[in-house]
Design a protein around this ligand. Structure first.
Ligand code: PGA
Length: 249
């Protein structure tokens, strides 16, 4: 039986005051569950409030949406893995499509961030996925394999590092268009087999999440697909009531 990962990506929403309200409302209703893991990827300014609300519950984890690869120094505006960890984050997103497409992040930069996360004691969730043009040109498989391989090239001892993958087709993010469970499963199978090629049977333990316009209506059918180990949810995760119904799917 898989233990699904349900991950909320608040994006640029929920500063400390709203984050506290969200966590109070969510945790008041969401009782401890050992059959799934919930992650809340908060903006860095809200990570410590999220972590403090979670306290010592191990079924809910605080995450950060982005880190920089250097350990410290003159990088105004950036947050290192160690700083995020100190604030209470246990995991970071890397290579979210908005980081790639709005901020121009490259595979090489993603690779540095994954490596920095692992060095700094953070798990990472590497996000990969094709644009609509790439899908229509039949490039999806080649593209996700490249993003996967290149994103992981700089992480030492990959075989023993704690990480996960989120497959998020760019055309499905924030658009209301969701990949069907069958379409997503086909790409998850490609990702799993590429991972096996890289790290052998350890690949079977790496959660592969789907993301892109997930909501409380489509979450259950996506999660039922055996190849889909969890969901990464943006818009529908920003309000506690909507997130609660997805986390309880
Ligand atoms: P969405 O975003 O659920 O709003 O489509 C998903 C994501 O960007 O992680």
């Amino acid at each position: 039986m898989k233990r699904p990962v349900l991950a909320a990506n608040w994006k640029m929403n929920n500063g400390p005051t709203a984050a506290k309200k969200f966590m109070d409302a969510f945790l008041a209703t969401y009782g401890r569950r050992d059959d799934r893991t919930v992650i809340v990827f908060a903006p860095s300014v809200s990570v410590s409030i999220v972590a403090a609300s979670i306290g010592n519950r191990s079924d809910v984890i605080a995450g950060v949406q982005n880190i920089y690869w250097a350990e410290k120094g003159a990088f105004t505006g950036e947050t290192s893995a160690a700083m995020a960890r100190d604030a209470g984050a246990r995991v970071t997103l890397v290579g979210h499509s908005e980081r790639r497409h709005v901020f121009g992040e490259t595979d090489e930069q993603c690779a540095k961030k994954c490596a920095a996360a692992a060095r700094g004691g953070l798990s990472f969730m590497l996000c990969i996925g094709e644009t609509i043009e790439q899908r229509e040109a039949g490039e999806t498989e080649r593209l996700v394999k490249r993003q996967l391989r290149e994103g992981l090239t700089q992480t030492e001892n990959l075989i023993s590092v704690d990480f996960s993958i989120a497959y998020e087709p760019v055309w499905a993010i924030g658009t209301g268009l969701t990949a069907s469970a069958a379409d997503a499963s086909a790409i998850h199978t490609v990702i799993r087999s590429e991972l096996r090629d890289m790290i052998g049977t350890r690949a079977n333990e790496i959660p592969i999440l789907y993301g892109g316009s997930v909501n409380s209506t489509n979450a259950a059918s996506l999660l039922r697909a055996p190849e889909i180990d969890g969901l990464l949810v943006g818009g529908a995760s920003v309000e506690a009531s909507s997130w609660l119904s997805i986390a309880q799917t």
